[in-house]
Each structure stands twice: as structure tokens, then as C-alpha cells.
Design a protein around this ligand. Sequence first.
Ligand SMILES: Cc1cc2nc3c(=O)[nH]c(=O)nc-3n(C[C@H](O)[C@H](O)[C@H](O)COP(=O)(O)OP(=O)(O)OC[C@H]3O[C@@H](n4cnc5c(N)ncnc54)[C@H](O)[C@@H]3O)c2cc1C
Length: 425
Amino acid sequence: MAQEKHHQIVIIGGGTGGIMTAAQLLRKRKSLDIAIIEPSDKHYYQPAWTLVGAGTYSWEKTIRPEASVMPKQVTWIKDYATAIEPDENYVDTQSSGKITYDYLVAAPGIQIDLDGIEGLKEAMGTHNVCSNYVDPNYTWELLQEFKGGNAIFTQPTTPIKCGGAPQKIMYLFADYVRKNNMADKTNILFATPGSVIFGVEEFANTLLQVVDRYNISLKLFSAPVKIDGPNRKVYFKHMGDSAEQSKTTSPDGNRFEENMVEEGLVEMPYDFLHLAPPQSAPDFVKHSKIAHQEGPSKGWINVNINTLKHNEYDNVFALGDAAALPTAKTGAAIRKQAPVLVENLLHTIDNDKKFNEGYSGYSSCPLVTGYGKMLLAEFDYENKPMSDPLLKRLMNIFKEHWRMWILKKYGLPYLYWNMMMKGRM
Ligand SMILES: Cc1cc2nc3c(=O)[nH]c(=O)nc-3n(C[C@H](O)[C@H](O)[C@H](O)COP(=O)(O)OP(=O)(O)OC[C@H]3O[C@@H](n4cnc5c(N)ncnc54)[C@H](O)[C@@H]3O)c2cc1C
């Protein structure tokens, strides 16, 4: 039988949020006893997966050994957390037994739910169905094999990590098709259950110009609900009040065949299908008391959206994709969440009753709009643009720019591995 182990601070997840938190805590206070529960021996820089899917970044460069990012003073429990018992201050694990704690930081990321769409699990990775969320190498393989036809890009009804990723790969695809003289025989469609292409109006206006430039068709209020891989068909359910709202709109007239299978359900043939699959908080989080038990945030970790401290358990904190924070789930958001969480955790340890309420929902989405072009959308809980003052001085932040592409492809990965993972920013 595995023995019970105790640590002052237990962090679940050694991904972006878990490592940033541990590194920043130790920079502030070397004496802390921190354990990270993390099963994987690889750490992934997921933001570059968009570029991998478009053949402009190497997959290998997005992976480093987990041991290389794990701060030296941390005890690494190489295992899966399987349950959280906040009333008894312990985390259960698959094979290391119960790990008890004084303070818990939950950063286990998000779960990809391939069974959330009928036929998706069977079709993914075959039948011209790909996802940068699952295997960006396959996206690139399919892109190179593409010879024209219908290319469909979708967004699910659930929250997802990096809400812009489903359209970034589409713009790269469109640019690739154009550069390879296939634009005339290609129909590109973006389908989303939402009512707009992007939540922040100023950036959405620029994206609509990009959509026009690539002659992309839009299908709003439409959620993918079924995939028939062998027959290369995808089914969309109307999400709006009327079928009219889900109608496909194209800059030069609708070139997509749409078959109404039944009221509110249409079938479309595809030759290339990219999905952002449905996503949710990991099951062991959903089933624990630290998750919201009811309401629209059900299943996500119930933290105060400004302090990142749990709303019911004073010794529990959370950040990153699994936390119920009404902003875009990105690594960039975590960069602003981690210092607030760290400060509040140290205040709690010191019992000094102070609180930093400073996290205002900052997130950012590097919207790659072609090879060599990017629009950096930075915003807060109120969907107000919140751009870096220095960047604002250097360029018009509402426009695409090649400098932003350089930032995405070279600057941000450098900052991630050398600064963020080391707790330096
Ligand atoms: C295609 C794509 C494009 C993206 N683009 C961008 C971008 O351009 N900019 C940006 O800022 N962000 C982007 N993101 C999002 C970003 O990668 C995530 O928001 C960020 O990594 C979330 O950090 P996290 O710590 O919450 O989760 P993760 O970094 O995913 O880490 C979660 C960790 O928990 C571990 N874990 C899982 N289950 C358990 C368990 N049971 N027990 C213990 N540990 C467990 C995992 O192994 C993992 O190491 C993108 C993501 C994808 C997939």
C-alpha cells in the first residue's frame, strides 16, 4: 500500500499554470515545500501547434522534457490525480496514494472530449478529419495532400482553450491554398455556434476583412453535432432562433451544398475538416467539491475571478484552463493570473488577511492571419481591448502586422521557455 505523503503546497498539473506558479512561489520564498502531481514526462508549448499544423514550425520544438521545466526544489509526484477531497485536505492519486496538503493549487488544464460529437472519435485522424488540438502533424499532412474542394473549420458549443485557434489554422490554410494556386477550386467555411466571429468588436472588424480577403464563407449559430467519416459529411445543428440566422453567407455567393436532413439539421460534404473538439474540465475535477456544482460554470473550478482563491475553501487556489474564469483560456492569461495567485497564496500562508484583487480577466489571442501576418488581440473580462502600451506606441494594434508574426514564431516561445517557465515573468 502506498503511504500517505504530506506537502505544504500541492500543485495539480505541471503544465503552463502549474510550473509558472511553482517557479514564482520559489522565487519569492525559497523555503516553501512544494509538490507537483504531473503524470507526463513531456511538457508541451501548445501555442505553436497552430504553426505546426501549417508546416511552419517543428513539432519537436514544441516539446521539452518535463524534468527540464520542473523547478529543482519541487518534489515531482509522477502520477495522475484521481480525486480531490478539500474537506480533508488531500488529493488521491492513481498509484501514489493520498497526498495531503496545507494549500492546494489546481492547474490540471482542460480535457478534450472526442465523444462529445457523434462519429468524431472514429473519424479523427482518418477520413480527412483533423484537429490542431489533437495532432497538428496530421493537419499538416492533410493540408499538403489537399487538391481542392470543401474545407470546413468548426468551433464547438463548449468553452475551449485558445478560442482563436480554430480560425488561425483556417487563415493559414487559406493562405497556403492561395499560394499554391488552388483558391479557385477551394471553398472555405467557418462554422461557429456563436453570433460573431470574435468577441471583441475592434478585432472582429479586422477579422471580417481577412475573411473577405480569403473569400471565406461564414456559418454563424451552427454547431457540429455529427461526422460521417466514411462518407465525408458533417452535420450542423442550428443554434439560433431561426434557420435564417444559421444561413451560410459568402462574399461571392454560397458555393456549399447544404442538405436539410430535418428541421434545424443540415448535412454538408467536406474534403478537409478541421475541428476544435468539445472540451471540459477534467473528470476528476468535475466530480470534486472544488468545482461549481450548478449553473453555467458547472464542472469548472469555483474561484474568485479576481483573486483566484476558491470561493468556499480558503486554502484552495486555481488558475489556467480548468478555472471558472469568464475570459479566453490561454497561456497568456495565465501569465497575468500567476502573480496574483502567488501573492494571495503567500498572504494566506502568512495569515495577513490582505488580498490582491488585481486579475481583471486579461487574456490575449495571437490571431495568425496568414504566413507572416498576425493580429494580437488583448482584452479583459469586459471584452475591452487591453493592449500593451509599448506595442500601442509602436503600431496600430487593430491591424495585422508582420512584426507580430515574428513575436509569435520566435519571441513568445523564447519568453515561454526562458522567462515564464523560470518564474521570471
Ligand atoms: C492548438 C492550440 C493553440 C493554442 N494557442 C495559444 C496561443 O496562441 N496563445 C496562448 O496563450 N495560448 C494558446 N493555447 C492555450 C494554452 O496552451 C493553454 O491555455 C495553457 O497551456 C493552459 O495551461 P494550464 O496549465 O491550464 O494547462 P496545461 O498547460 O494543458 O497543463 C495541464 C497539465 O496537467 C496535467 N494533468 C492532466 N491531467 C492530470 C491529472 N489527472 N493529474 C495531474 N496532472 C494532470 C497535464 O499532463 C498537463 O501537464 C493554445 C492551445 C492549443 C491546443
